[in-house]
Ligand binder design. Structure first.
Ligand code: ATP
Ligand code: MG
Length: 451
């Protein structure tokens, strides 16, 4: 069943229930209030008759007195203790067929005589605090049935009109609501068929949740397009990067094949170059594999680790390899924290690799304990990052300047990997940078990642 039909039927069904309850309440309140009004009048009349009788000091209420109070289509009678009529006056022979009844309490009865409602009230007549007889007044509720019928017809008519209006309104409303959803479904189908991400057209500004949904969908499509573009860029960059060393390797090995290994100098030169290019390729492929493995969200191998100790090892190693001034500062030792040691080392290597690539001066690494966190900082005094690029720096494949990064052999994956690892440790990573001044990457790690 279509969602519009469903909404429509459900709202109408709900309306029918509400109308039914309301109609029943209105109908019964009307009946009750009409009967109450009539019965109050009759009791008042009975009270008057009894009072009058007592003023006359007669033992029984005389027919003359009763007659005085007789109105159209009614009877007034007195009933003795054995439920027989003592005195009775009436102007409707059908009404007196109602059985007389002695009663020591006030009573009200609604009787049906020839399809018409007759209201009967009974009131005890007391002499010296003793009930001696009952005064009974019965009156035909003229027009009551007709008024009831009119009310019923009005209620049925209004209910039917309301249901019809609700059905029409519901159809219109659900169409209005469904329009943007239908649009989105159509666009999604088109995307599925063509495989090309496409935005949904916003025809009217409604500023409601549905427009919010469309806007979010369009944002998602934008992001998807961006990602596809970045991935395409990455594939073309990566193939270009891989092609260059491959071409070099191929031409050098070809040289060796043609010239043989007779000339020792050429041979050694060729082997060195082939080795260097192959290493470059290997590094690149390793980075790609790293990213794939980090993104698989493998479980962390958490252990209490001394960060000062492991960072010292890395700083020393890189210092020897790159012959650069790397300084490690720490406010205490050891600084114990529960981390995956290998992954933390990987983060520091990624950050130091960037600092080494994009600066020539000294590089400072700081590890400090601050309340519940361990703060790690890697600071360089190099070329820095332009402000407009800072927001994107952690995105996959993002590189500030493609030419600059190609010269330094980057793939734009390092910081993205570092961020994924830090987040897996429930930590945060920030970057501060000034062009031509330098860059500082700051990491906050909770001491126990389980809290
Ligand atoms: N310390 C830094 N100084 C200046 N620019 C930086 C620094 N760190 C990162 N960047 C810029 O941020 C970009 C993204 O860094 P990221 O580490 O993610 O990639 P990469 O270094 O280019 O490649 P990869 O690390 O994958 O080999 C870099 O291309 C570079 O432009
Ligand atoms: Mg890097």
């Amino acid at each position: 069943m279509k969602i519009t039909t469903k909404i429509n039927l459900l709202t109408t069904a709900w309306l029918v229930v509400i109308l039914l309850i309301m109609n029943i309440v209105v109908f019964f309140s009307f009946t009750k209030s009409t009967v109450n009004m009539e019965q109050d009048i009759l009791f008042e009349k009975a009270r008057e008759i009894i009072q009058k009788g007592q003023q006359d000091h007669s033992v029984e209420l005389s027919p003359e007195l009763l007659k005085f109070y007789l109105t159209n289509h009614s009877f007034i009678r007195t009933v003795s203790e054995n439920s027989t009529v003592i005195n009775q006056v009436s102007n409707d022979p059908h009404l007196v067929k109602i059985k007389p009844e002695f009663s020591k309490k006030k009573k009200v009865k609604l009787r049906k005589i020839r399809e018409k409602q007759v209201l009967v009230i009974r009131m005890p007549v007391k002499v010296n605090n003793q009930v001696v007889e009952t005064l009974e007044i019965g009156e035909l509720l003229t027009g009551f049935e007709t008024r009831k019928d009119i009310l019923l017809s009005i209620l049925i008519f209004c209910s039917l009109v309301s249901i019809l209006l609700s059905l029409l309104g519901g159809r219109w409303l659900s169409r209005v609501i469904m329009h943007p959803i239908k649009n989105m479904v159509t666009t999604m189908k088109e995307i599925e068929e063509s495989g090309v991400p496409k935005k949904v057209l916003i025809q009217t500004e409604t500023r409601d949740e549905l427009q919010g949904m469309t806007v979010t969908f369009n944002h998602m499509i934008d992001r998807l397009r961006e990602n596809i573009e970045k991935q395409n860029q990455f594939v073309s960059d990566a193939s270009h990067e891989l092609k260059t060393p491959l071409t070099v390797i191929r031409s050098y090995s070809n040289l060796l094949r043609r010239r043989g290994i007779k000339n020792e100098e050429i041979t050694l030169d060729a082997i060195d170059t082939i080795y260097a290019e192959a290493t470059k390729m290997q590094k690149m492929i390793e980075t790609l594999l790293d990213l794939a493995s980090v993104e698989k969200e493998q479980t962390l191998d958490m252990k209490q680790t001394d960060l000062v100790l492991i960072f010292e090892q890395i700083v020393k190693q890189l210092q020897q390899v790159y012959k650069r001034e790397l300084v490690l500062h720490y406010d205490q030792t050891p600084i114990m924290i529960e981390v995956d040691e290998l992954k933390m080392k990987q983060v520091l290597i990624i950050l130091l690799d960037n600092a080494i690539k994009y600066s020539t001066d000294k590089i400072e690494v700081t590890v400090e304990k601050e309340q519940e966190d361990v703060i790690i900082k890697v600071k360089d005094y190099g070329i820095g990052i332009p402000k407009e690029d800072l927001a994107h720096i952690f995105e996959r494949f993002y590189r500030v300047d493609k030419a600059r990064s190609r010269a330094t052999g980057g793939t734009g994956l390092g910081l993205s990997i570092a961020q994924t690892i830090v987040r897996q440790h429930k930590g945060e990573i920030f970057i501060k940078s000034e062009e031509e001044q330098g860059t500082e990457v700051v990491i906050h790690l909770p001491i126990s990642s389980t809290n």
